[in-house]
Design a protein around this ligand. Sequence first.
Ligand code: ZN
Length: 139
Amino acid sequence: MPLFGPTMPVPAPGPDTREFWEACRQHRLQVQRCAACGRFRFAPAPICHACHSREYEWVVSEGIGEVYTWTITHRPFHPAVADAVPYNTVVVRLHDCGGAMITSNLVGIPNEEIRPGMLVMVDWDDIDDEITLPRFRPA
Ligand SMILES: [Zn+2]
């Protein structure tokens, strides 16, 4: 069962994010690493926030990390989430890729059982023929 309703807006891949979304479609979590200073960054961006280099490479993550923080949304802000509240939004710190942090949703666990530092792994949510979202579930 989908996490949110069918009218939930989906990401619109652009020049800086198209490769990320194509990798997600293939159930591969990729993170950008600056080719000049080696720092990882998420979300995909055209320029390094640390050294301003435009050169980067993609690194495939194992998709394992821990819950850094989270919030629970109780009031629906969009009709597509009306049946999903209360739902969680988590920030996951990956164990690889320099500890890059990804904002997502944790599935397969009641919101009350989410804990800081909880070990989680990526869980792919195929939304449609073009978009697959990386969610996470307890590892
Ligand atoms: Zn850099």
